[in-house]
Every structure is written in C-alpha cells, then in structure tokens.
Design a protein around this ligand. Structure first.
Ligand SMILES: Cc1cc2nc3c(=O)[nH]c(=O)nc-3n(C[C@H](O)[C@H](O)[C@H](O)COP(=O)(O)OP(=O)(O)OC[C@H]3O[C@@H](n4cnc5c(N)ncnc54)[C@H](O)[C@@H]3O)c2cc1C
Length: 286
C-alpha cells in the first residue's frame, strides 16, 4: 500500500517550521523527523496527514551539547548519535547502553530521540530515560516557547502534552553526578523488538546507604513512570540483594499492567518484578 496524498514542506529554520505548523496543523499537518514510525503508519494508511513538515533541513535542530549542567538534544539528533558516550560521566554511558536496545541499526541511523518522545510509545526506551531522569521538553510554536517537565509530558499511549501546532524543539537531560550508579534492563521477545517491560534504576551511595534513588518502569503501563514505592524501598537501604528484591516487589505491586492479546497483566507484573531487580543489580556493578 502507498501513503495517501500529502503536501511536503521543507523549512530551513525553526521559525519557518513553526509558522508552517501553525498553518497546516488544523488540516492534520505533522512533523516529519526520522520517519521511522510515521512513514510506516502512513504506508498502512493508519495515518493520512494532509501535510508533512520535514524538519531534517533545519540546522539549528541538530544541536547536541552540554549546557548549564544539562545535555541538550535537538529534534534532529538521531538515536545513533548515542552509540558512543556523548558526554563525560554516567549519563553518556547510560545513553550508550540504552540505545543498543532500540530497534535495529538502520532505524537508529534515521529515527530521532525527540521523535520517540513525541510518538510516546509506552515501551520506548527514550521515554523511560526521560521519565527516570526528570528531563525537560522544550516545545516551540508560533505562539512562543514552553518547557514541559517529563512527569507532565506523557499523557498515555502515544499521547503527549504537545499541542498539534507545537514542535518538540529539544529535550534537556540533567547530567548525573560522577558517583551515580545506574542500571537498565528490558525484556523483549526478540532483539530489536519493543520491550514488554523495562526498568531504569539510578542511585548514589553515602556512608554505605542508598541516596537519591530513581526507579522508573516502562512498557508495563500506558506511560513510563517513576515508582515512588520502589524508591522508598531503596532510600537509606544498604545496596544489595535484599534492598533490590524489596524494591522490585514494591514496583510489581504498584504497577497497573496493560494487557494485550498475547500478554496478561499478571505476566507483565512478573516481568516488572524481574526487570526491576535486574536493573538494580546492574546498577550495583556499574
Ligand atoms: C521495526 C521497528 C522497530 C522499532 N523498535 C523500537 C524500539 O525497540 N524502541 C523504540 O523506542 N522505538 C522503536 N522504533 C521506533 C523508532 O525508534 C522511531 O524512530 C521513533 O519512534 C520515532 O522517531 P522518528 O524520528 O522516526 O519520528 P517520526 O516517525 O518522523 O515521527 C513520529 C511521530 O512523532 C511526531 N514527531 C516527530 N518528531 C517531532 C518533533 N520534534 N516535534 C513534534 N512532533 C514530532 C511526528 O509528527 C509523528 O507523529 C521502531 C521502529 C521500527 C520501524
């Protein structure tokens, strides 16, 4: 099948892009970033946008830099940019570990970090990272700019706080302190598939006890989420098997897992138990 007819626009600046979006959004105009999710849905005619605003020619959206203690990731930065640590310290290593789980090499060469966030698949690895680290999304439109905290950005399956005429111009992730221990673990049926459940844990250790714990789960619920119950189980505990099992049990009890034709809620809950414990075990070795 071929996509339905659409008009193609190729802005060269952010201002041009948002002006075009203001004009075409009411007629189901969409941003085209890497095209790795949008183009297949158009080919199946699940999406029939009348206009595509291709942002790939906007140089300013290729920015990938550390600024003010944050890693700034522009809308045209591809997944593949993270194959090697992009910045010093734990954040660069974390991103280079996580990226290997996203799809396959050709898709990572084209798909973008911000496109994944805008698409908001519940199992997206970058959505989980954004949530676990409390990143910020910077939305631009002809009306101006606003910053959206990760906890307010994801609104459900493939739904975000972005308005139809807004461009997700960049994402900012906080750099992690040098002594941060972190671990990521996901379960998918085949390498490159979307995760059926994934967890990202991070913490520091002071006087032998866990401080500043972060534990987020993705793929299990409509949006990734930090699990406060699991973080409470970790805070002040001695890092090790007992604390990790307690946190994993707390996470499994706290989630309200999605069901589908092949996966029951109980199976997904058990996956959350396993991926959380394994992510924390990896953190201990990082
Ligand atoms: C076989 C296959 C396997 C995959 N496996 C995984 C996986 O394991 N994990 C994973 O996370 N992803 C996976 N993906 C999806 C892939 O990561 C996509 O690259 C990503 O979901 C979307 O990014 P994109 O840049 O390609 O966006 P596009 O396809 O261009 O756009 C997707 C949607 O987001 C909107 N959009 C994109 N960028 C912006 C922006 N800057 N501002 C506003 N709206 C925007 C578009 O209008 C569109 O609605 C897979 C894809 C395929 C085809």
């Amino acid at each position: 099948m071929k996509p339905a007819a659409f008009r193609y626009h190729a802005p060269k600046t952010i201002d041009e892009a948002v002006a075009l979006l203001a004009e075409v959004a009411p007629q189901d105009g969409r941003v085209l970033a890497g095209g790795q999710s949008l183009v297949p849905t158009m080919a199946f005619r699940l999406a029939k946008p009348a206009h595509l605003v291709d942002i790939n020619g906007v140089e300013a959206l290729k920015r990938l830099a550390v600024s003010g203690g944050k890693l700034v990731i522009g809308a045209c930065v591809r997944h593949a940019a993270f194959h090697r640590p992009i910045c010093e310290g734990p954040l660069g290593k974390l991103l280079s570990d996580v990226v290997r789980h996203i799809a396959h090499y050709p898709i990572r060469n084209r798909g973008t970090f911000c496109g994944s966030l805008a698409y908001a698949d519940p199992a997206s690895e970058w959505c989980l990272v954004m949530t676990a680290l409390d990143g910020e999304a910077v939305a631009r439109s002809a009306r101006g700019e606003r910053t959206i905290a990760a906890r307010d950005f994801f609104k459900g399956v493939m739904t975000t706080a972005l308005r139809d005429d807004e461009l997700l111009a960049e994402v900012r992730l906080p750099l992690l302190p040098a002594d941060t221990r972190w671990g990521f673990y996901e379960f998918s049926r085949r390498a490159g598939d979307f995760a059926m459940a994934a967890a990202l844990g991070a913490y520091r250790v002071e006087d032998g006890k866990i401080v500043e714990p972060r534990l987020a789960v993705g793929g299990a619920e409509p949006s990734p989420r930090r699990i406060a119950e699991a973080e409470r189980a970790l805070a002040g505990a001695v890092p090790g098997d007992k604390a990790f099992r307690a946190a994993a049990s707390a996470a499994a009890a706290a989630v309200d897992p999605m069901e589908d034709a092949t996966t029951s809620a109980e199976f997904r809950r058990n996956l959350v138990l396993a991926v959380t414990r394994r992510a924390l075990e990896r953190a201990e070795k990082s």
